[in-house]
Design a protein around this ligand. Structure first.
Ligand SMILES: Nc1ncnc2c1ncn2[C@@H]1O[C@H](COP(=O)(O)OP(=O)(O)OP(=O)(O)O)[C@@H](O)[C@H]1O
Length: 387
């Protein structure tokens, strides 16, 4: 055994001397060319190809790098041995990342791929007076050559979508109201916002378990159904009617839905809206992935009633909870007033082309006052009775 180790050490010594002689004889450029040739030859015969996603592309941050990092963070904690943990300002969750030189396997559309996080040190230097980081970070995707053509584009699109989802979930969500009336805030927005922190979830909601499951399935199908809505149904939106006596959990259900989907909520206060163009403007200023709540729709003008009423001299709000019957009659006669029918149709009209992935929730404590003809399933996608 001792002889074996002695021979091995001698052999290594000879190899080192040989390398020194070769390095002295052949110039570095030749060595570099030889390595490149060897690398190319290996790549040529390998069944894999490698795609580098660098953190910095020139002097700009590469969005794809950030997206890959976020995407991998969603499942890296379950399978990687070494993790890097981060938590950003205003974030409510810890992000798990792949540590330096760590790797992880993924499967997309039946194809196995591997991601490696590569961190290399290099000399710091400046470009246009701006210091660059002294290490280069990138992700390297290893994928079979035969699969590259088929899945690479769709896989990267999928990663970008997933990363956007994760970003949204980590962000503070907002509850918007149009309590500003007709005035706009400093950014020209008609909506006023506060952080949305309602504790209600489908776990805390007292509701029939079948009903709960139906609602959750419906919401999940909605969020996953972009292609279907675009091809067949039209605008990517869904309408729910929540009805039941006051205090039966309508608001809690809306909060649970928003928490389930990680959506913002817009509470449309119709008493503050004075014309259809104002309503259109408000709806156009809502963001996608949001729930638009319109409460107490039984107070809205009945269209058949409106046609019989005299015209109002001045525009009034659509409804006024405290208004007497005579005032409401005047409002009913106002051509500018919106009807329940029109409100239901708004998402289908011209506005639908610029507003996607929005959920409309209408609530009422007086279901019996609603016109049954207006509640056909084609108009209201789901009716939920709260008891
Ligand atoms: N089904 C329910 N599940 C969980 N909590 C409920 C439920 N119903 C009522 N509550 C509780 O009762 C209170 C009132 O509920 P909520 O505001 O959701 O009712 P609502 O139907 O929206 O009332 P309103 O019509 O007056 O706005 C809340 O504190 C809520 O926690």
């Amino acid at each position: 055994m001792k002889e074996f180790w002695t021979s091995l050490v001698s052999l290594l010594g000879v190899l080192a001397s040989l390398m020194n002689i070769l390095q002295a004889v052949f110039p570095p450029d030749l060595w570099f060319a030889a390595f490149r040739f060897l690398n190319r030859a290996l790549n040529y015969f390998s069944s894999y190809c490698y795609c580098d996603v660098a953190q910095i592309d020139g002097v700009n941050t590469n969005e794809l790098y950030n997206a890959v990092q976020l995407y991998l963070s969603s499942f890296v904690s379950a399978s990687a041995n070494r993790l890097s943990l981060t938590r950003t300002i205003n974030s409510s969750a810890t992000t798990f990342g792949l540590s330096n030189d760590g790797y992880i396997n993924d499967v997309f559309d039946g194809v196995a791929v591997q991601w490696e996080h590569v961190v290399t040190q290099y000399q710091p230097h400046t470009f246009s007076g701006r210091p660059l980081p002294d290490e280069k970070r990138s992700f390297t995707l290893r994928i079979r050559k035969c699969d590259r053509e088929r899945i690479l584009d769709s896989y990267l699109d999928y990663i970008m979508d997933k990363a956007n989802d994760i970003r949204r979930k980590n962000q503070q969500r907002l509850l918007y109201t149009n309590s500003l009336g007709r005035s706009l805030d400093s950014r020209g927005q008609p909506w006023d916002s506060v952080p949305f922190k309602h504790p209600s979830t489908f776990d805390t909601l007292a509701m029939d378990s079948n009903m709960k499951r139906n609602i959750m399935e419906d919401l999940s199908n909605f969020t996953a159904g972009q292609a279907l809505y675009e091809q067949t149904i039209g605008a990517w939106k869904r309408r729910y009617l929540l009805y039941g006596l006051p205090g039966t959990g309508k608001s809690s259900t809306i909060a649970a839905m928003a928490n389930f989907l990680y959506y913002d909520i817009y509470v449309l206060e119709l008493t503050q809206v004075r014309s259809k163009s104002e309503l259109l403007n408000l709806l156009m200023k809502t963001s996608s992935k949001s729930i638009i709540v319109i409460e107490d729709i039984d107070r809205l003008v009945n269209p058949s009633k409106r046609s019989k009423m005299p015209q109002a001299a001045t525009p009034q709000s659509y409804y006024d909870p405290g208004a007497s019957d005579s005032v409401r009659s005047l409002e009913d006669g106002n051509d500018n007033a919106i009807t329940f029918w029109e409100l239901l149709n708004f998402p289908d009209g011209l506005w639908s082309c610029c507003g996607s992935e929005r959920i409309f929730i209408y609530t009422t404590s007086h279901f019996e006052k609603l016109d049954p003809a207006l509640l056909e399933s084609s108009r209201m996608d789901m009716q939920i009775y709260m008891s």
